[in-house]
Write a protein that binds this ligand. Structure first.
Ligand code: HEC
Length: 163
C-alpha cells in the first residue's frame, strides 16, 4: 500500500469514528430530552390533579359547597398524595425551558429555596389531610389550613412558574 492510500484510509476511518461519536452524542442528548419531556408531562398532570382537588377544598372552606367530612377527607388526602409525586418530577433533565415547560430556570439555580418551598407545601397539605380526617372536624382550622396551602401555591408560582 502506498503512502497516499494509507493516509486516505486513516482519514476515512477517523471520519467514520467522529461520525459515530457525534451520532451517539446526539442520540444520548435526544434520549435525555425525551426523559425530560416525559417528566414535564408527569408534573403537569400532577398539578392538574392538585388543582382540582384543591379547588374543591377551597370551595368547601369558603362555604360555597356543602360536603360530607368523608368527601373532604378524600380530596385532602389526594391533595397530599399528589403533592408528594412532585418530588420525582423536577430533576434537572427537565429544565428544558419554553415552550416545553413553565418552570423557570431559577427552580434549578435556586434549588435549595425551591426545594424548601416544596417541602413546606407538602407538609401543609399533609397537615390539611390530617385535620380533614380528624374525628372532631373543625371547620375553622380546616379553613385556616386550606388558606395556608393556597398561599404556598401562589408563592411558588410567583417565583418559579412562568406566566
Ligand atoms: C413548590 C412550587 C409549587 C407549588 C407549591 C405549587 N406549584 Fe403549581 N406549578 C409550579 C410550577 C413550577 C409549575 C410549572 C410546571 C411546568 O410547566 O413545568 C406549576 C404548574 C401548575 C399548574 C399548570 C399545570 C399544567 O397543566 O401545565 C397548575 C394548574 C398548578 N401549578 C396548580 C397549583 C396549585 C393549585 C397549587 C397549590 C395547591 C400549586 N400549583 C402549588 C410550582 C408550584
Amino acid at each position: 500500500m502506498n503512502n497516499r492510500k494509507r493516509s486516505l484510509r486513516a482519514a476515512s476511518a477517523t471520519l467514520a469514528l467522529v461520525t459515530l461519536i457525534f451520532a451517539s452524542i446526539t442520540q444520548a442528548k435526544s434520549q435525555r430530552s425525551l426523559a425530560g419531556l416525559n417528566m414535564i408531562k408527569e408534573r403537569q398532570a400532577a398539578f392538574v390533579l392538585i388543582q382540582s382537588n384543591f379547588k374543591f377544598l377551597g370551595d368547601v372552606a369558603r362555604g360555597r359547597v356543602d360536603a360530607t367530612t368523608e368527601k373532604i377527607e378524600v380530596h385532602a388526602s389526594r391533595l397530599a398524595y399528589f403533592s408528594k409525586l412532585l418530588n420525582e418530577s423536577f430533576h434537572k433533565v427537565s429544565n428544558l425551558g419554553a415552550p416545553h415547560t413553565k418552570t423557570t430556570e431559577r427552580a434549578w439555580s435556586e434549588s435549595q429555596e425551591f426545594n424548601s418551598m416544596m417541602s413546606d407545601f407538602q407538609r401543609n397539605t399533609e397537615n390539611l389531610a390530617l385535620l380533614a380526617s380528624s374525628d372532631n372536624f373543625d371547620h375553622k382550622s380546616f379553613r385556616r389550613a386550606t388558606a395556608q396551602v393556597g398561599k404556598d401555591c401562589k408563592a411558588c408560582h410567583r417565583q418559579y412558574k412562568a406566566r
